[in-house]
Structure formats: C-alpha cells, structure tokens
Design a protein around this ligand. Sequence first.
Ligand SMILES: [Zn+2]
Length: 306
Amino acid sequence: MSWLANFVRPKIRALIGKKKEIPDNLWDKCPGCGAMLFCRELEENPHVCRQCGFHLKLGAEKRLKLLFDDGAYKNIALPKVPADPLHFRDQKRYGDRLKEARAKTGNQDAILAGEGGMGGIPCVIAAFDFAFMGGSMGMAVGEGLIAAARRAVELDAPFIAIPASGGARMQEGALSLMQLPRTIIAADEVKQAGLPYIVVLTDPTTGGVTASFAMVGDIHIAEKGALIGFAGARVIQNTIRETLPPGFQRAEYLAEHGMVDLVVERKDLRATLIRVLGILLNRKESDAPLLLSGPVPHGARSAQRI
Ligand SMILES: [Zn+2]
C-alpha cells in the first residue's frame, strides 16, 4: 500500500495537475449573439464580436494601448489612499475583496491613467477597469481622476476620461459619494485651463459616475451599444409605472435624445478622438467635417457634424 500511496498517487495527481494547467478561458461567449468566440481572436479584434459587432468589456490597460500612438504611454502614478477606512464587511471583508480584485487584475484599483501622444497630440487618458469591483468609484478612483486631470493641466494637454463603472463603491459609504463633487472639480480645473475635456462613455456607465465627471465633458463620445444611465431601468419602470421605450439607456438612444454627441465603434474610436482633438485645438488637418461613422441610430440625422 505504501508504494501505491507514496509513488503512484502523487504521479496520478501530477498528471491531473498538468491537465489543469491548460487554460480554461480559451473561449468567451458573446453576450450579443451567444456565439463562442476564440479569445485570441477577441484580442486581435479589440473585444468586439466578429459575428454581430457586440462590444465586450475592455480592460483599462488594453484601452490605453489601443488609443495611444503605437500603444506606448507613460503610467501616471496615482496617489495611495487609506484601505478600508470604514472596516466594512458584508459577506466578505472589503479588505479581502480589494486583495482579490488586485490579484485578479494586477492593478491597485479600478482606474489607470497614462500620458502619451495620440495622432502626435500629447494627451492624458484615465480609463476604468470594470473587472476591478465593477469599476466602482471609491477614494482611489477619485484621487486617480484628480491626479490625471491635474497632470493634464501641468502638461497643457487635453484630458480624456473613459468610465466603465457600476457607480459609487458602496463599501466606502459617504467617502465614495464625496468623489462625485471632487471629480467634477477635477474636470473643471481642466476646463479652467482652456483644455479640452472629453468623455468616452463605455459599457456600462451608470450610477454615481454618470452623476459626476462622466456627464460634464466638452464632447461626449459613446461606444456602440453602451449602457449609460443613472438609475437602473427596472427601478425607473417601477417608479413611473410605464413601459420604457426600446433601446432605453443605450448609447444610440442617448445620441438621439441629445445626451451624447457621437456613437462610435471601437475600431473608429482612436481616429475619432484624434479628429475631435484636432478640431478643438484648431489643428489645420482637421478642417474637414467629422462624420458619424457606423450605423446611424433610428430617427437620427444621416450624418452628425461637429
Ligand atoms: Zn456576437
């Protein structure tokens, strides 16, 4: 028995262990059409379904690489904040949730900021990572946005904020709500310096983020199909006791109703931002009107010009 236990069993365990090394995330399911998508293919086509064009969520680092020239940028150091100031606990300790999210994403919190060139224009971009606790905005995210906005002012460069967030971070209570006015002031500092402040609304942009810096941009660009709203559709429906129209709180619906300036596909986002920045900074190469790319929402003008 000892030979079986000491020699054969570990061998079998090693074999099973080796099998587990094969990554189980080779495939992802498209939430739009249900198609099974090969992850490597998704990486090549920045997380957009080839079958139906559904825009899946994109991590902050990939987002920054996608936008900056040659994917090159310098990380902006974000201030450290006190961890778990309220010693909050629900089913798990907030401190443990933070540790898990850090291990999962490799980031300190739900925001990354970088400085670099976009079409040769120096700019600062702050992008949210939805994979980090639903992109929720606590003190770290608030401080991160403020640091990024101030860096933009320091560099005399435009500031682009890219939220992907469920809203305020409940585990930080009132401290997370304080980030709403603070991030508004950060955006205002960019405007006071006469610099463009652009918001790229991605799926989802909801709750406290929509109620703060995300809705005060000079230009609001939304990614195709993104959910953008404050309260959830079910809450609104139950409150007003009316059936909501189709496409409610989606990027295209908001563009039709004047809350969003442009709806773009991810593949066109970088080129669109370069054009918009060129226009706002009075660059000569941007004299031609900017046309809305991609499918035109029902009832919208055939082409939007800005
Ligand atoms: Zn699909």
